[in-house]
Unconditional design. Structure first.
Length: 402
């Protein structure tokens, strides 16, 4: 899919999220938490941004495998398109199931299950780690003989469908419940109730779960999120906490075989106290319990600004110089980290704000290079260097209150 077409997916999905929010409000349901929704959208922004770099890589891998190792020479046809969709979903089922049963795969997938809410914003919680992991599983398709263009096209449909099943506003859907994965089925999958754990792995078709014994009908009200809630809005911590849990569990485990069991075993092989120890080591304890109206508004405007920049970047990516692309990517990731840190009311966000402004100034100098701009850049550094402490305290009072 051409990247400037991908750009239009951003306002489309945001519009559907907004519609779901209005429907939930109208029916008196509180399905959207502020911090949770911001964190969900931020993860989606990162994934959509990195898609600009990974889609080409995935196509190259499929093309290489198809050219050198294809068993059959498959030509497009209705039955073959449908067969490819079935195969894609079948492979997804096993990738998804193993992603819940094997630690190093769970490290890539866990981000998708961290939200205590369940709404369309949760569908955005896909990481580049998960994209690479499932690409490895789907790499069997070009080896069978399916052309890369066919594979990418089907994966596009396969990737869009799950967006619509991340909702609590749609009830059970009658006879469709027997064929397709519906919102009801997927609510079960995201639940942390004991009865619902590790069930309903399907992405488009539900009959794989029925065939392999992992299907459960939605009954009691699901409780969403991890069995041990993450309780952190940190963009970095959400992505890397389980990787650290694996690394530190391996370090404290003796014996090569036991260490392999940690990496390739089930998540219950991880020391249940490990996360608490790592949180104490890596997360500062000054997490705030409430948001000021000013902080709330600032975070909202940061996210709106990010979405505008992302949409523009995807739409005009082919017209932007590589240096500026790198700068914009840095600004977006700094903002994602910054937004999560602001929700936690960290004190070091002041320095990220400064770096973002600095990169913005560098972009301006790149497009309009002149000695006067360089001089201004140097002059602007003086108050930061001389009055850094006062500026930092003023920023914190302005954003966090007294």
């Amino acid at each position: 899919m051409h990247l400037n077409h991908m750009a239009w997916a951003v306002p489309l999905f945001l519009g559907l999220m907004g519609l779901e929010y209005l429907v939930a409000r109208k029916t008196g349901k509180n399905y959207f938490g502020f911090a949770s929704s911001v964190s969900n959208i931020n993860v989606g922004i990162a994934e959509r941004l990195l898609d600009t770099f990974t889609v080409g890589i995935f196509y190259f891998v499929y093309e290489f495998l198809h050219t050198h190792f294809a068993i059959f020479d498959i030509k497009p046809g209705f039955l073959l398109w449908f067969s490819l969709l079935l195969l894609t979903d079948f492979i997804w089922y096993w990738y998804h199931r193993l992603a819940h049963e094997v630690n190093f795969l769970w490290a890539a997938h866990v981000v998708h299950h961290q939200s205590d809410d369940f709404n369309y914003t949760v569908s955005a919680r896909i990481t580049v780690f998960q994209a690479f992991a499932r690409m490895c599983f789907w790499s069997v398709l070009p080896v069978i003989g399916f052309p890369p263009a066919m594979i990418i096209s089907v994966q596009l449909v396969h990737g869009i469908y799950p967006f619509f099943i991340h909702t609590r506003t749609i009830p059970k859907l009658g006879f469709l419940e027997y064929i397709f994965v519906t919102p009801s089925h997927h609510r079960v999958h995201h639940a942390s109730n004991d009865h619902y754990l590790d069930k309903n792995y399907g992405d488009v078709f539900i009959f794989w779960d029925k065939l392999f014994g992992t299907f459960v009908v939605e009954g009691e009200e699901p409780v969403y999120g991890l069995t041990k809630p993450l309780d952190s809005n940190s963009f970095l911590w959400q992505h890397f906490h389980f990787i650290l849990e694996i690394v530190y569990t391996v370090k404290q485990t003796s014996g090569f075989r036991e260490r392999l069991r940690v990496v390739f075993g089930r998540p219950d092989k991880i020391d249940p106290e490990m996360r608490a120890r790592l949180e104490k080591r890596f997360l500062s304890p000054d997490k705030a319990e409430h948001f000021t109206r000013r902080l709330h508004a600032y975070v909202v405007w940061q996210v709106i600004g990010l979405l505008v920049v992302l949409f523009s970047f995807l739409l005009l990516e082919y017209y932007v110089p590589v240096f500026v692309q790198v700068c914009i990517t840095l600004v977006i990731f700094l903002t994602l980290i910054n937004t999560g840190a602001i929700l936690e009311q960290k004190r070091w966000v002041f320095y990220l704000e400064y770096v973002r402004l600095l990169i913005g100034f560098v972009i301006i100098c790149y497009y309009w290079p002149s000695p006067s701009l360089y001089f201004c850049l140097l002059v602007i550094q003086l108050p930061f260097l001389l009055l850094q402490g006062n500026m930092k305290r003023g920023y914190e009072r302005l954003l966090y209150g007294g």
